[in-house]
Design a protein around this ligand. Structure first.
Ligand SMILES: C[S@@+](CC[C@H](N)C(=O)[O-])C[C@H]1O[C@@H](n2cnc3c(N)ncnc32)[C@H](O)[C@@H]1O
Length: 209
């Protein structure tokens, strides 16, 4: 079954409005702040057009990266972004499948992507991320989380300029506290919600050295 983001219409509509997500740049800055200066190998899960891993590599010019997504229109845009740069590989991967074969990384990052899968798989992805990180590696997830009340969800939609009718039907958002608990159960330390604006949050943890 084709999922929404695998269609050209949805992928391009998202990318056209990506800069209009309020406070996004603050969340992205927190992602960058949390990456150790020793970061050399980076994985971006649900990369879209490669925006986040591009920001990471701008700060870590010696690093190399793997950017994965399951949407061909998104992969096309990411490949175009990195066409003349061999520090990033772009690859098809569906979150439905294990990420264990993707390699080993100092940092795994993601933005607004993992919330598209059901909770069971999200929790398993967090465990798999722990497995593929080198000791001392970090997982930093800039994510769309759920609001604690309907009123706060409506306030978020208002701030985003959307309605319950037009909000993304593929969202499967989860409260941040539950996700922090999953990270701790996976084995991560120094787990926290490092930044939050309404339903947008940076959730992160470190694999013990
Ligand atoms: C809201 S976009 C975010 C894209 C990019 N990370 C960014 O911050 O602009 C969500 C991304 O997650 C990807 N995605 C959703 N479900 C996925 C799945 N099952 N496997 C892999 N990627 C998925 C979509 O194709 C899309 O590129």
């Amino acid at each position: 079954m084709i999922q929404e983001y695998q269609t050209k219409e949805k992928a391009l509509a998202y990318l056209e409005n990506a800069d209009r997500i309020p406070e996004r740049s603050h969340g992205e800055r927190m992602v960058l702040d949390l990456l150790p200066s020793t970061t050399r190998r980076v994985l971006d899960l649900g990369t879209g057009d490669g925006r986040l891993i591009d920001l990471v590599l701008a700060v870590h010019p010696l690093a190399t990266g793997l950017a994965v997504d399951f949407s061909e229109p998104m992969l096309e845009r990411a490949r175009a972004r990195f066409a003349n740069r061999n520090e990033v590989s772009v690859q098809y991967h569906d979150f439905a499948d294990s990420i264990l074969y993707l390699g080993r990384f100092d940092a795994v990052v993601s933005s607004f992507a993992i919330h598209h899968v059901e909770d069971d798989r999200k929790q398993t992805i967090y465990r798999e991320v722990f497995e593929i990180l080198e000791p001392g590696g970090v997982f930093v997830n800039l994510e769309h989380v759920s609001a604690p009340t309907d009123k706060l969800h409506d306030d978020f939609l208002d701030a985003m300029g959307i309605t319950r009718e037009t909000e993304d039907r593929s969202n499967r958002c989860t409260p941040p506290a539950i996700q922090l608990d999953w990270l701790i159960r996976a084995g991560f330390i120094d787990v926290d919600c490092f930044w939050k604006w309404r339903e947008l949050a940076v959730l992160a943890g470190t694999k013990p050295s």
